[in-house]
Design a protein around this ligand. Structure first.
Ligand SMILES: [Cu+2]
Length: 385
C-alpha cells in the first residue's frame, strides 16, 4: 500500500514538473547598471532573510523537541535576561541585525537609489516619452525624430480566434531603438492620465504624471530586444500598451536615425502634393486602426455612454471648414487637431503628421455609413495648424 502511494506521488510530481518546465523563477536578465544594482541588493536581502529564517527555525525546532514536557522539562518563568550569557544572547543578535540592515544592505541600497536619480551626468542621448491612452509617443529631440508606438498584436489573437504568438501583447509597430553602452537620459510625461514606463531588464519603472516632467536613465550593456508594459492602471486598454526597446550598436543606431529622418522628409514633401481620395482613405484607415479604434471601436460604433460613435455622428457629418475656409469650432477637423478638453479625446496636432490627420478625417467622413464624400488635403491641415 505504502509503495503504491509512493509511486502515485512520484508520477504526479514528475508530471507537474514537466508541465512547469518553462517556469522562470527569477527576474528578467539585468542589462543596465540600475537593474544590476537592484538585483544584487535583492539577492543579498533574500540570502539574509533565508539565513535568519533557517537559524531561527533551527533553534525553535531544537527547543521544542529536546525540551519537551514528557522529558520532564518545566517552563522557565524569567521575563528578562539575568545571567551575562543571556545578556550576550539578547544584545548580539540585535547589534548583528542593525549591522546587516544598515551597513551590509543599507549602504549599497542607498547608492543604488541615489544613482537612479543621476539622470544628467554624462548623458549622451535624450529620449522623450509621452504616454497617452493607450500608446507611447517617442521623441529624439536632438535627432528631430518623433513617432507613435502602439500594440501590433492582431485583434484575432486577442479575441481568441487565432493562435497566440510568443510575444502576445508584448509587440509593437514601432519599437524604440537605442544604442548600447551610451548613457541615455529619458524624460517622461503624460498627455492624459497616469501611466508608467517600465522595462524590467533595465530596472526602470517610472510613472508618467500629467503636468509633471519626470526622468530616468539607462545604459544598456547588451544588444537585444527588451520588452515591458505600462504598469500604472490607466483605463480600459491598460493591458494593451506594451513597450519594446531594440538595443543596437552605435553604427546601426546611426543608420536607423538616417532612415527615420529621410522618412519624415518624404512625408514633408508628400504634404504639399494633392492627394486622391483613395490614397487618403488608405492612409486614414491605417491611422484609424492603429490609434482611434481603441475608443471609437471597429466600425466606428464607439461604446455607448463612454466613447462616442463616429457612425452617423453629427460632428463627422457636418462641414469641417466654414465659408471663409476657417476651421469650424468643435467641427470634425478641429476635434482631431485640438481634442476636447476634459475628455479622453486628446489633441492629435502634435502626434500625427499633416498627412495622417488629413487621411483619418477623410476616412471617417467616408466610412461606417458616413457619406460626406469630401476629403481633407494634407496642405489644408498644414495651413490650419
Ligand atoms: Cu496603463
Amino acid at each position: 500500500m505504502r509503495k503504491k502511494i509512493f509511486v502515485i506521488l512520484s508520477v504526479t510530481l514528475c508530471l507537474s514538473g514537466a508541465a512547469s518546465a518553462d517556469w522562470a523563477f527569477d527576474f528578467q536578465p539585468a542589462v543596465t547598471p540600475l537593474a544590476e544594482a537592484a538585483s544584487h541588493i535583492h539577492d543579498r536581502f533574500m540570502g539574509l532573510i533565508l539565513a535568519l529564517f533557517a537559524m531561527t527555525m533551527a533553534v525553535m525546532a531544537y527547543a521544542l523537541f529536546y525540551h519537551r514536557k514528557d522529558k520532564g522539562y518545566t517552563p522557565a518563568t524569567f521575563t528578562r535576561p539575568t545571567t551575562p550569557l543571556e545578556w550576550v544572547l539578547t544584545v548580539l543578535p540585535f547589534v548583528g541585525l542593525i549591522y546587516l540592515d544598515y551597513v551590509w544592505i543599507g549602504i549599497p541600497a542607498y547608492y543604488a537609489a541615489s544613482n537612479l536619480e543621476n539622470t544628467q551626468e554624462g548623458a549622451e542621448l535624450v529620449l522623450k516619452v509621452t504616454s497617452s491612452q493607450w500608446k507611447w509617443q517617442y521623441e529624439y529631440p536632438e535627432q528631430h525624430i518623433r513617432f507613435i508606438s502602439s500594440l501590433s498584436t492582431p485583434p484575432e489573437q486577442i479575441n481568441q480566434n487565432a493562435q497566440k504568438d510568443a510575444n502576445y501583447l508584448l509587440e509593437v509597430d514601432n519599437p524604440v531603438v537605442l544604442p548600447v553602452n551610451k548613457k541615455i537620459r529619458i524624460l517622461l510625461m503624460s498627455s492624459d492620465v497616469m501611466h508608467a514606463w517600465s522595462v524590467p531588464s533595465f530596472g526602470v519603472k517610472r510613472a508618467t504624471i500629467p503636468g509633471f516632467l519626470r526622468e530616468t536613465w539607462v545604459k544598456i550593456e547588451k544588444e537585444g530586444v527588451y520588452r515591458g508594459q505600462c504598469t500604472q492602471i490607466c483605463g480600459k486598454n491598460h493591458a494593451f500598451m506594451p513597450i519594446v526597446v531594440q538595443a543596437v550598436s552605435q553604427a546601426q543606431f546611426d543608420a536607423w536615425v538616417l532612415t527615420k529622418q529621410s522618412e519624415s522628409t518624404a512625408l514633408g514633401r508628400s504634404t504639399d502634393s494633392i492627394w486622391t481620395k483613395e490614397a487618403l482613405m488608405k492612409q486614414g484607415q491605417g491611422v484609424y486602426e492603429k490609434i482611434c479604434i481603441a475608443c471609437h471601436m471597429p466600425g466606428g460604433v464607439g461604446i455607448p455612454g463612454v466613447f462616442p460613435a463616429l457612425a452617423g455622428s453629427n460632428i463627422v457629418n457636418s462641414p469641417f471648414l466654414d465659408a471663409n475656409g476657417r476651421l469650424v469650432k468643435d467641427g470634425h477637423l478641429d476635434r482631431v487637431l485640438n481634442g476636447k478638453q476634459g475628455t479622453a479625446m486628446q489633441a492629435f496636432k502634435e502626434t500625427l503628421s499633416d498627412l495622417e490627420i488629413a487621411g483619418v478625417v477623410t476616412y471617417e467622413r467616408n466610412s461606417f455609413g458616413n457619406t460626406m464624400g469630401d476629403r481633407v488635403q494634407p496642405a489644408q491641415v498644414k495651413a490650419l495648424r
